[in-house]
Ligand binder design. Sequence first.
Ligand SMILES: NC(=O)c1ccc[n+]([C@@H]2O[C@H](COP(=O)([O-])OP(=O)(O)OC[C@H]3O[C@@H](n4cnc5c(N)ncnc54)[C@H](O)[C@@H]3O)[C@@H](O)[C@H]2O)c1
Length: 351
Amino acid sequence: MEVVLVTGSSGLIGSEVCTYFAEAGYSVHGIDNNQRASFFGPEGDTRWNQYRLQRNLSHFEHHELDVRNRQGVLDLIGRLRPAIIVHAAAQPSHDRAAAIPFDDFDTNAVGTLNMLEAARQACPDSPFIHLSTNKVYGDAPNKLRLTEFETRWDYADLEYAEGIPETFPIDQSLHSLFGASKVAADVMVQEYGRYFGMPTCCLRGGCLSGPNHSGVELHGFLSYLVKCNLEEREYWIYGYKGKQVRDNIHCRDVAHFIHEFAKNPLCGEVYNLGGGKANSCSILEAFVLVERFTGKRQRYTYVPDNRIGDHICYYSDLRKMRAHYPRWDITINLEQTIREIVDAWQRKLAL
Ligand SMILES: NC(=O)c1ccc[n+]([C@@H]2O[C@H](COP(=O)([O-])OP(=O)(O)OC[C@H]3O[C@@H](n4cnc5c(N)ncnc54)[C@H](O)[C@@H]3O)[C@@H](O)[C@H]2O)c1
Protein backbone atom coordinates (compact mmCIF):
# COMPACT_ATOMS: atom_id res chain seq x y z
CA MET A 1 0.00 0.00 0.00
CA GLU A 2 1.33 3.44 -0.88
CA VAL A 3 1.78 5.81 2.02
CA VAL A 4 0.46 9.37 2.13
CA LEU A 5 1.62 11.65 4.94
CA VAL A 6 -0.67 14.51 5.96
CA THR A 7 0.27 17.23 8.44
CA GLY A 8 -2.48 19.09 10.26
CA SER A 9 -4.47 15.86 9.94
CA SER A 10 -7.00 16.77 12.63
CA GLY A 11 -7.84 20.11 11.00
CA LEU A 12 -10.37 20.89 8.29
CA ILE A 13 -8.20 20.22 5.24
CA GLY A 14 -5.93 17.58 6.77
CA SER A 15 -8.85 15.43 7.96
CA GLU A 16 -10.62 15.62 4.60
CA VAL A 17 -7.41 14.71 2.76
CA CYS A 18 -6.88 11.75 5.11
CA THR A 19 -10.41 10.51 4.44
CA TYR A 20 -10.10 11.03 0.68
CA PHE A 21 -6.83 9.11 0.39
CA ALA A 22 -7.90 6.34 2.77
CA GLU A 23 -10.97 5.81 0.57
CA ALA A 24 -8.70 5.80 -2.49
CA GLY A 25 -6.77 2.85 -0.99
CA TYR A 26 -3.72 4.54 0.55
CA SER A 27 -2.20 3.94 3.92
CA VAL A 28 -2.60 7.30 5.64
CA HIS A 29 -0.32 8.76 8.31
CA GLY A 30 -1.38 11.97 10.03
CA ILE A 31 0.71 14.44 12.01
CA ASP A 32 -1.08 16.74 14.46
CA ASN A 33 -0.49 17.89 18.03
CA ASN A 34 -3.78 19.76 18.54
CA GLN A 35 -1.90 23.04 18.32
CA ARG A 36 -5.13 24.70 17.17
CA ALA A 37 -6.37 24.47 20.78
CA SER A 38 -3.26 26.38 21.92
CA PHE A 39 -3.75 28.99 19.21
CA PHE A 40 -7.49 29.55 19.76
CA GLY A 41 -8.47 27.97 23.08
CA PRO A 42 -10.94 25.10 23.71
CA GLU A 43 -13.24 26.05 20.81
CA GLY A 44 -10.34 25.39 18.44
CA ASP A 45 -9.70 21.92 19.85
CA THR A 46 -9.39 19.34 17.06
CA ARG A 47 -9.03 16.14 19.15
CA TRP A 48 -12.61 15.10 18.32
CA ASN A 49 -11.64 15.06 14.64
CA GLN A 50 -8.52 13.00 15.30
CA TYR A 51 -10.62 10.44 17.18
CA ARG A 52 -13.15 10.44 14.34
CA LEU A 53 -10.41 9.53 11.83
CA GLN A 54 -8.98 6.87 14.14
CA ARG A 55 -12.47 5.40 14.55
CA ASN A 56 -13.57 5.52 10.92
CA LEU A 57 -10.51 4.96 8.72
CA SER A 58 -9.11 1.47 8.44
CA HIS A 59 -5.55 2.39 7.41
CA PHE A 60 -4.89 5.52 9.43
CA GLU A 61 -2.13 6.15 11.94
CA HIS A 62 -1.94 9.30 14.06
CA HIS A 63 1.45 10.77 15.01
CA GLU A 64 1.47 13.21 17.92
CA LEU A 65 4.25 15.36 16.50
CA ASP A 66 4.96 19.08 16.25
CA VAL A 67 6.16 20.10 12.77
CA ARG A 68 8.59 22.45 14.55
CA ASN A 69 10.38 19.37 15.90
CA ARG A 70 13.02 19.10 13.16
CA GLN A 71 14.53 15.81 14.29
CA GLY A 72 11.12 14.27 14.86
CA VAL A 73 10.03 15.23 11.34
CA LEU A 74 13.30 13.94 9.81
CA ASP A 75 12.95 10.63 11.64
CA LEU A 76 9.30 10.07 10.72
CA ILE A 77 9.65 10.97 7.03
CA GLY A 78 12.91 8.98 6.85
CA ARG A 79 11.10 5.93 8.22
CA LEU A 80 7.87 6.24 6.19
CA ARG A 81 9.28 7.52 2.87
CA PRO A 82 5.76 8.57 1.85
CA ALA A 83 4.67 8.48 -1.79
CA ILE A 84 2.79 11.79 -1.29
CA ILE A 85 3.12 14.54 1.32
CA VAL A 86 0.32 17.02 2.03
CA HIS A 87 1.35 19.81 4.36
CA ALA A 88 -1.70 21.44 5.97
CA ALA A 89 -0.46 22.13 9.51
CA ALA A 90 -0.30 25.83 10.24
CA GLN A 91 -1.08 28.74 12.45
CA PRO A 92 -3.90 29.80 10.11
CA SER A 93 -5.09 33.16 11.42
CA HIS A 94 -4.25 36.58 10.06
CA ASP A 95 -5.28 38.31 13.30
CA ARG A 96 -3.87 35.83 15.82
CA ALA A 97 -0.33 36.00 14.42
CA ALA A 98 0.47 39.47 15.82
CA ALA A 99 0.08 38.18 19.40
CA ILE A 100 2.22 35.06 18.83
CA PRO A 101 4.84 36.05 16.22
CA PHE A 102 7.38 33.34 17.12
CA ASP A 103 4.81 30.53 17.27
CA ASP A 104 3.40 31.76 13.97
CA PHE A 105 6.70 31.96 12.10
CA ASP A 106 8.18 28.81 13.65
CA THR A 107 5.08 26.83 12.68
CA ASN A 108 4.36 28.28 9.26
CA ALA A 109 7.81 29.04 7.87
CA VAL A 110 10.25 26.87 9.83
CA GLY A 111 7.81 23.95 10.09
CA THR A 112 7.45 23.99 6.30
CA LEU A 113 11.23 24.04 5.84
CA ASN A 114 11.53 21.07 8.22
CA MET A 115 9.03 19.16 6.09
CA LEU A 116 10.66 20.10 2.78
CA GLU A 117 14.18 19.21 3.85
CA ALA A 118 13.08 15.90 5.35
CA ALA A 119 11.27 15.14 2.07
CA ARG A 120 14.36 16.05 0.01
CA GLN A 121 16.49 13.69 2.09
CA ALA A 122 14.05 10.77 2.20
CA CYS A 123 11.72 10.92 -0.82
CA PRO A 124 12.63 13.74 -3.25
CA ASP A 125 10.46 12.30 -6.03
CA SER A 126 7.27 12.28 -3.96
CA PRO A 127 4.78 15.06 -4.70
CA PHE A 128 4.78 17.67 -1.91
CA ILE A 129 1.58 19.70 -1.74
CA HIS A 130 1.60 22.76 0.49
CA LEU A 131 -1.49 24.62 1.69
CA SER A 132 -0.65 28.27 1.19
CA THR A 133 -3.07 31.20 1.34
CA ASN A 134 -4.38 34.16 -0.65
CA LYS A 135 -2.88 36.33 2.12
CA VAL A 136 0.47 35.96 0.29
CA TYR A 137 -0.93 38.70 -1.98
CA GLY A 138 -1.14 40.96 1.08
CA ASP A 139 -3.65 43.77 0.77
CA ALA A 140 -2.67 44.42 -2.87
CA PRO A 141 -6.10 43.20 -4.11
CA ASN A 142 -7.60 46.12 -2.13
CA LYS A 143 -5.85 48.52 -4.49
CA LEU A 144 -7.87 47.29 -7.49
CA ARG A 145 -10.77 49.44 -8.65
CA LEU A 146 -13.99 48.14 -7.11
CA THR A 147 -17.67 48.60 -7.77
CA GLU A 148 -20.07 48.72 -4.85
CA PHE A 149 -23.32 46.76 -5.20
CA GLU A 150 -26.20 46.53 -2.74
CA THR A 151 -24.78 43.56 -0.86
CA ARG A 152 -21.20 43.16 -2.12
CA TRP A 153 -18.09 44.65 -3.65
CA ASP A 154 -16.80 43.45 -6.99
CA TYR A 155 -13.85 44.12 -9.29
CA ALA A 156 -14.49 46.98 -11.68
CA ASP A 157 -11.86 46.00 -14.25
CA LEU A 158 -12.69 43.31 -16.78
CA GLU A 159 -9.14 42.01 -16.37
CA TYR A 160 -10.25 40.55 -13.02
CA ALA A 161 -13.71 39.40 -14.08
CA GLU A 162 -12.62 35.79 -13.44
CA GLY A 163 -10.81 36.66 -10.22
CA ILE A 164 -7.23 37.01 -9.02
CA PRO A 165 -4.69 35.04 -11.09
CA GLU A 166 -1.44 33.46 -9.85
CA THR A 167 0.58 36.17 -11.62
CA PHE A 168 -0.68 38.81 -9.16
CA PRO A 169 2.26 40.45 -7.26
CA ILE A 170 2.97 39.14 -3.77
CA ASP A 171 5.28 41.83 -2.37
CA GLN A 172 5.20 45.53 -1.49
CA SER A 173 1.89 45.29 0.28
CA LEU A 174 0.64 44.73 3.83
CA HIS A 175 0.42 41.04 4.69
CA SER A 176 -0.02 40.69 8.48
CA LEU A 177 2.62 38.56 10.22
CA PHE A 178 0.63 35.50 9.19
CA GLY A 179 0.75 36.51 5.52
CA ALA A 180 4.49 37.10 5.81
CA SER A 181 5.21 33.72 7.42
CA LYS A 182 3.09 32.05 4.74
CA VAL A 183 4.96 33.94 1.99
CA ALA A 184 8.22 32.56 3.41
CA ALA A 185 6.82 29.03 3.29
CA ASP A 186 5.27 29.52 -0.16
CA VAL A 187 8.51 30.77 -1.70
CA MET A 188 10.50 27.97 -0.03
CA VAL A 189 8.10 25.34 -1.44
CA GLN A 190 8.51 26.86 -4.90
CA GLU A 191 12.28 26.91 -4.44
CA TYR A 192 12.50 23.22 -3.52
CA GLY A 193 10.63 22.66 -6.79
CA ARG A 194 12.78 24.94 -8.94
CA TYR A 195 16.19 24.54 -7.30
CA PHE A 196 16.05 20.82 -6.44
CA GLY A 197 13.58 19.76 -9.13
CA MET A 198 11.15 18.35 -6.59
CA PRO A 199 7.45 17.97 -7.50
CA THR A 200 6.07 20.67 -5.21
CA CYS A 201 3.12 23.00 -5.36
CA CYS A 202 1.53 25.79 -3.32
CA LEU A 203 -2.24 25.99 -3.11
CA ARG A 204 -3.10 29.58 -2.27
CA GLY A 205 -6.43 29.11 -0.55
CA GLY A 206 -9.37 31.47 -0.49
CA CYS A 207 -11.95 30.37 2.09
CA LEU A 208 -11.64 26.62 2.55
CA SER A 209 -14.78 25.21 4.14
CA GLY A 210 -16.53 22.09 5.24
CA PRO A 211 -18.41 20.35 8.01
CA ASN A 212 -15.37 19.28 10.05
CA HIS A 213 -13.91 22.68 10.84
CA SER A 214 -13.44 23.73 14.46
CA GLY A 215 -14.52 27.25 13.49
CA VAL A 216 -13.55 30.15 15.77
CA GLU A 217 -13.99 33.89 15.40
CA LEU A 218 -10.43 34.33 14.13
CA HIS A 219 -10.47 31.46 11.65
CA GLY A 220 -13.04 29.44 9.72
CA PHE A 221 -15.39 31.97 8.13
CA LEU A 222 -18.48 29.89 7.28
CA SER A 223 -18.08 27.37 10.09
CA TYR A 224 -17.96 30.13 12.71
CA LEU A 225 -20.78 32.09 11.09
CA VAL A 226 -23.09 29.06 11.08
CA LYS A 227 -22.22 28.29 14.68
CA CYS A 228 -23.08 31.86 15.72
CA ASN A 229 -26.38 31.62 13.89
CA LEU A 230 -27.38 28.32 15.49
CA GLU A 231 -26.36 29.46 18.96
CA GLU A 232 -28.15 32.79 18.35
CA ARG A 233 -24.93 34.63 19.09
CA GLU A 234 -23.92 38.06 17.84
CA TYR A 235 -21.64 38.03 14.77
CA TRP A 236 -19.21 40.94 14.61
CA ILE A 237 -18.64 42.52 11.21
CA TYR A 238 -15.47 44.57 10.91
CA GLY A 239 -15.68 47.28 8.24
CA TYR A 240 -16.40 47.36 4.50
CA LYS A 241 -20.17 47.56 5.29
CA GLY A 242 -20.28 43.76 5.58
CA LYS A 243 -19.96 43.60 1.81
CA GLN A 244 -16.47 42.04 1.82
CA VAL A 245 -16.36 39.09 -0.56
CA ARG A 246 -14.73 35.68 -0.01
CA ASP A 247 -14.73 32.68 -2.34
CA ASN A 248 -15.58 29.40 -0.68
CA ILE A 249 -14.49 25.94 -1.67
CA HIS A 250 -15.54 22.66 -0.07
CA CYS A 251 -12.62 20.70 1.38
CA ARG A 252 -13.55 17.62 -0.68
CA ASP A 253 -12.88 19.58 -3.87
CA VAL A 254 -9.55 20.62 -2.33
CA ALA A 255 -8.67 16.97 -1.64
CA HIS A 256 -9.65 16.02 -5.18
CA PHE A 257 -7.32 18.66 -6.63
CA ILE A 258 -4.48 17.43 -4.42
CA HIS A 259 -5.00 13.92 -5.76
CA GLU A 260 -4.99 15.13 -9.37
CA PHE A 261 -1.74 17.05 -8.77
CA ALA A 262 -0.15 14.04 -7.06
CA LYS A 263 -0.97 11.83 -10.08
CA ASN A 264 0.65 14.27 -12.54
CA PRO A 265 2.88 16.59 -10.55
CA LEU A 266 4.83 19.59 -11.80
CA CYS A 267 7.77 21.32 -10.10
CA GLY A 268 7.39 24.50 -8.04
CA GLU A 269 3.84 25.28 -9.20
CA VAL A 270 1.39 27.74 -7.68
CA TYR A 271 -2.42 27.63 -7.87
CA ASN A 272 -5.10 29.94 -6.53
CA LEU A 273 -7.55 27.55 -4.94
CA GLY A 274 -10.97 28.84 -4.01
CA GLY A 275 -14.57 28.52 -5.02
CA GLY A 276 -14.17 31.14 -7.74
CA LYS A 277 -16.70 33.83 -8.47
CA ALA A 278 -19.60 31.35 -8.68
CA ASN A 279 -19.10 30.36 -5.03
CA SER A 280 -18.25 33.73 -3.61
CA CYS A 281 -20.36 35.66 -1.14
CA SER A 282 -20.18 38.70 1.07
CA ILE A 283 -20.80 38.44 4.80
CA LEU A 284 -24.28 39.95 4.33
CA GLU A 285 -25.04 37.41 1.59
CA ALA A 286 -23.72 34.57 3.77
CA PHE A 287 -26.17 35.58 6.53
CA VAL A 288 -29.09 35.20 4.11
CA LEU A 289 -27.88 31.81 2.85
CA VAL A 290 -27.41 30.46 6.35
CA GLU A 291 -30.77 31.84 7.54
CA ARG A 292 -32.42 29.96 4.68
CA PHE A 293 -31.19 26.63 6.09
CA THR A 294 -31.57 27.32 9.82
CA GLY A 295 -34.66 29.52 9.83
CA LYS A 296 -32.91 31.76 12.40
CA ARG A 297 -32.19 35.42 11.81
CA GLN A 298 -28.54 36.34 12.26
CA ARG A 299 -27.84 38.92 14.96
CA TYR A 300 -24.84 41.08 14.28
CA THR A 301 -22.94 44.16 15.38
CA TYR A 302 -21.22 46.37 12.85
CA VAL A 303 -17.83 47.87 13.71
CA PRO A 304 -16.68 50.46 11.13
CA ASP A 305 -12.95 49.66 11.47
CA ASN A 306 -11.88 46.84 9.22
CA ARG A 307 -9.41 44.16 10.29
CA ILE A 308 -5.89 45.21 9.32
CA GLY A 309 -5.14 44.11 5.77
CA ASP A 310 -8.46 42.28 5.36
CA HIS A 311 -9.45 41.79 1.73
CA ILE A 312 -12.39 43.88 0.51
CA CYS A 313 -13.03 41.59 -2.42
CA TYR A 314 -11.17 38.39 -3.19
CA TYR A 315 -12.07 35.50 -5.42
CA SER A 316 -9.73 33.10 -7.18
CA ASP A 317 -9.27 32.79 -10.91
CA LEU A 318 -9.59 29.02 -11.35
CA ARG A 319 -8.55 28.89 -15.00
CA LYS A 320 -4.98 27.70 -14.39
CA MET A 321 -6.16 24.83 -12.17
CA ARG A 322 -8.72 23.76 -14.74
CA ALA A 323 -6.23 24.04 -17.63
CA HIS A 324 -3.52 22.00 -15.87
CA TYR A 325 -5.92 19.41 -14.44
CA PRO A 326 -8.98 19.15 -16.70
CA ARG A 327 -10.35 16.21 -14.66
CA TRP A 328 -10.77 18.58 -11.73
CA ASP A 329 -13.55 21.09 -11.20
CA ILE A 330 -15.74 22.41 -8.41
CA THR A 331 -18.37 19.77 -7.64
CA ILE A 332 -19.89 21.15 -4.42
CA ASN A 333 -21.43 24.58 -4.62
CA LEU A 334 -21.72 27.18 -1.90
CA GLU A 335 -25.32 26.29 -0.94
CA GLN A 336 -24.46 22.62 -0.47
CA THR A 337 -21.35 23.51 1.50
CA ILE A 338 -23.40 25.67 3.86
CA ARG A 339 -26.05 22.98 4.16
CA GLU A 340 -23.38 20.43 5.21
CA ILE A 341 -21.90 22.84 7.75
CA VAL A 342 -25.37 23.55 9.20
CA ASP A 343 -26.11 19.80 9.48
CA ALA A 344 -22.76 19.15 11.15
CA TRP A 345 -23.14 21.94 13.73
CA GLN A 346 -26.72 20.90 14.47
CA ARG A 347 -25.49 17.37 15.23
CA LYS A 348 -22.54 18.60 17.33
CA LEU A 349 -24.57 21.12 19.29
CA ALA A 350 -27.31 18.55 19.97
CA LEU A 351 -24.68 16.40 21.69
N1 LIG B 1 -9.50 27.27 6.16
C1 LIG B 1 -9.25 28.28 5.37
O1 LIG B 1 -10.14 29.07 5.09
C2 LIG B 1 -7.89 28.47 4.76
C3 LIG B 1 -7.73 29.50 3.83
C4 LIG B 1 -6.48 29.67 3.23
C5 LIG B 1 -5.44 28.83 3.56
N2 LIG B 1 -5.61 27.84 4.47
C6 LIG B 1 -4.46 27.00 4.82
O2 LIG B 1 -4.81 25.64 4.75
C7 LIG B 1 -4.12 24.92 5.76
C8 LIG B 1 -5.10 24.12 6.57
O3 LIG B 1 -6.06 25.01 7.13
P1 LIG B 1 -7.25 24.45 8.02
O4 LIG B 1 -8.39 25.36 7.82
O5 LIG B 1 -7.42 23.00 7.81
O6 LIG B 1 -6.65 24.74 9.47
P2 LIG B 1 -6.96 23.97 10.83
O7 LIG B 1 -6.49 24.87 11.91
O8 LIG B 1 -8.34 23.46 10.84
O9 LIG B 1 -5.98 22.73 10.74
C9 LIG B 1 -4.60 22.83 10.97
C10 LIG B 1 -4.19 21.68 11.89
O10 LIG B 1 -2.78 21.79 12.07
C11 LIG B 1 -2.47 21.49 13.41
N3 LIG B 1 -1.21 22.14 13.75
C12 LIG B 1 -0.99 23.47 13.87
N4 LIG B 1 0.27 23.70 14.21
C13 LIG B 1 0.88 22.48 14.28
C14 LIG B 1 2.20 22.07 14.58
N5 LIG B 1 3.14 22.96 14.93
N6 LIG B 1 2.50 20.76 14.54
C15 LIG B 1 1.54 19.85 14.22
N7 LIG B 1 0.26 20.17 13.95
C16 LIG B 1 -0.06 21.49 13.98
C17 LIG B 1 -3.65 22.04 14.21
O11 LIG B 1 -3.79 21.41 15.47
C18 LIG B 1 -4.82 21.77 13.28
O12 LIG B 1 -5.47 20.54 13.60
C19 LIG B 1 -3.30 25.94 6.55
O13 LIG B 1 -2.00 25.98 6.03
C20 LIG B 1 -4.01 27.24 6.26
O14 LIG B 1 -3.15 28.36 6.35
C21 LIG B 1 -6.81 27.64 5.09
